[in-house]
Design a binder for this molecule. Structure first.
Ligand code: 5AD
Ligand code: SF4
Length: 483
């Protein structure tokens, strides 16, 4: 949480403070001096652009970066032609890395046209040694690289970058630090992500996240509540609580608190209307949490519960710590307690050792759970993870055939679930003007489904009752109830 600091009042003749976040305010003030000099010389503000290439956790980090840049005095734009471009990268699958390299090729040509242009890379992909080596060798025009643990240091690193003509690299292997009280530039005025924990201790055998985001650290509930209250006083009505495994919230704290208890505290905040959270690991999802969700007026009727595989054999090799039967029982318990809930999931196809019979088991779970939606991925080998040294069994043609079989069932189930709310009146949080038809606005139901209906921009950020008239695949159209 950030209380406005007057950067002009910081004495830059003194040495930088050693304490955080004071040290970063000092470097923001130093950067601001640079911005003033740039503006005088060029008769315009320097422009910066932050490109987010990853998950919600990354998007939240991008907002922090943008907040620091805005405070320093950069004009934030949505165009990679900016004088300073940050790419906040992802590395969960190899195609994320390939996308980044493709993007670097394009931005290099823009850099040749703009003598002021600086390119900065940060985020998960930068935590990998092989990536840094490759960038040093083949993309030497990059000016600044940092990772996931020191994003709060962006201002300090910018000062170093602007005083150097070499590539600046600052990567930390891990950290136990949580530096807060820095500015953030929120993408939406009415909804916001809130980190409740950082890192991950699960070590699913295919997953690179524990290596690039470090060990699990929970924030104190007091800090989280303070941040949510401040957001609500700024007009936020919906929060998304963020963590790699929110169900294990509190385990690293000396305070005795569970995720369900944290939710109960957040529920009591006046003015807050909706609570979402991401991501739940099935192994840690407690009966207490199901009960708190059932009784809650604010927790949204949506649960993303990654399955990954429906085969107990593959789940074991993935180190997921649950069996097919345990997952099915959990899904059944949730659906019985909260019948209106939407369940969504993630599934990986092509994990080492997976056979067509294993995929049949996954398809069986999809049919039984009847997911509202499922994100399906082809397994991508991540160097350094335990699965990377497991021998592949199926050919890529077999994997593709299994993937297509699964996708067909996922789409059929999702289609049969869609539309079940037609004819009912539901509360919609209006998010934006419809991109294709300006007479419409678009918003989301508690269960996260999109709804488009006639309305104007004054509705943005408001919860309104909408009669759902028709279902079209993954969205509804309707009319405001008063119309
Ligand atoms: N290959 C394919 N998919 C992966 N995921 C995570 N790691 C990999 C990988 N190595 C998927 C999981 C996870 C989602 C965010 O990405 O399904 O839940
Ligand atoms: Fe998010 Fe994982 Fe990608 Fe990092 S690697 S941006 S934590 S999905």
């Amino acid at each position: 949480m950030y209380n406005e600091i007057d950067l002009e009042k910081i004495d830059l003749n003194l040495a930088p403070p050693t304490e955080e976040p004071a040290r970063q305010y000092y470097f923001m003030a130093k950067c601001q001096e640079w911005v003033h000099r740039f503006s005088e010389k060029n008769n315009r503000l320097p422009q910066a652009c932050v490109i987010n290439m990853g998950c919600q956790m990354n998007a939240k980090d991008s907002e922090k970066l943008a907040g620091i840049l805005k405070n320093i005095g950069f004009e934030l734009i949505d165009d990679e032609a900016a004088d300073l471009v940050f790419y906040n990268t992802c590395t969960v699958r190899d195609n994320a890395n390939q996308r980044m390299y493709g993007r670097l090729g394009l931005v290099h040509s823009l850099k040749k046209k703009n003598p002021h242009k600086k390119i900065a890379l940060c985020g998960c992909m930068m935590q990998e040694d092989s990536v840094i080596e490759k960038i040093q060798k083949s993309y030497s025009f990059v000016d600044l690289i940092f990772g996931t643990h020191n994003i709060y240091k962006a201002a300090e690193l910018l000062v170093t970058m602007y005083h150097s003509d070499r590539m600046i690299i600052d990567i930390w292997k891990d950290t136990d630090k949580i530096v807060e009280d820095l500015p953030a530039q929120r993408k939406y005025s009415f909804k916001s992500g809130v980190n409740i924990m950082y890192g991950c201790n699960n070590f699913c055998s295919y997953c690179i996240v524990p290596y690039v985001r470090g060990r699990e650290r929970s924030r104190s509930s007091e800090d989280i509540i303070k941040e949510v209250k401040k957001l609500v006083s700024d007009g936020v009505v919906e929060v998304m609580l963020l963590g790699q495994n929110v169900n294990s919230y509190g385990k690293t704290l000396s305070q005795d608190i569970s995720f369900a208890q944290l939710l109960q505290k957040i529920e009591q905040i006046d003015g807050l209307q909706r609570i979402r959270f991401m991501t739940s690991h099935p192994k840690d999802l407690s009966d207490e949490l199901i009960d708190v969700m059932r009784q809650s007026q604010k927790i949204c009727r949506h649960l993303h519960l990654p399955l990954q595989s429906g085969s107990t054999k593959i789940l074991k090799a993935m180190n997921r710590c649950y069996t097919k039967e345990q997952y099915l029982e959990l899904a059944h318990k949730i659906r019985s307690a909260i019948p209106e809930i939407s369940l969504t999931t993630d599934i990986i196809v092509g994990f080492p050792g997976e056979t067509s019979q294993d995929v049949d088991e996954t398809i069986d779970v999809v049919k039984k759970v009847q997911y509202d939606n499922a994100f399906t991925f082809i397994y991508s080998k991540r160097t350094g993870t335990p699965a990377a040294s497991m021998p592949a069994s199926a050919s890529s043609d077999e994997i593709k055939a299994n993937f297509d079989r699964l996708l067909k069932v996922v789409q059929e189930t999702a289609r049969s679930r869609a539309g079940r709310l037609v004819g009912t009146i539901q509360s919609v949080l209006v998010e934006e003007r419809n991109a294709h038809d300006p007479s419409l606005v678009s918003g989301r139901l508690s269960n996260n489904t999109l709804v488009h209906f006639p309305g104007d921009v004054t509705l943005i950020g408001k919860l309104v009752d909408v009669r759902l008239e028709a279902a079209h695949g993954f969205y509804y159209t309707g009319k405001m109830n008063s119309q």
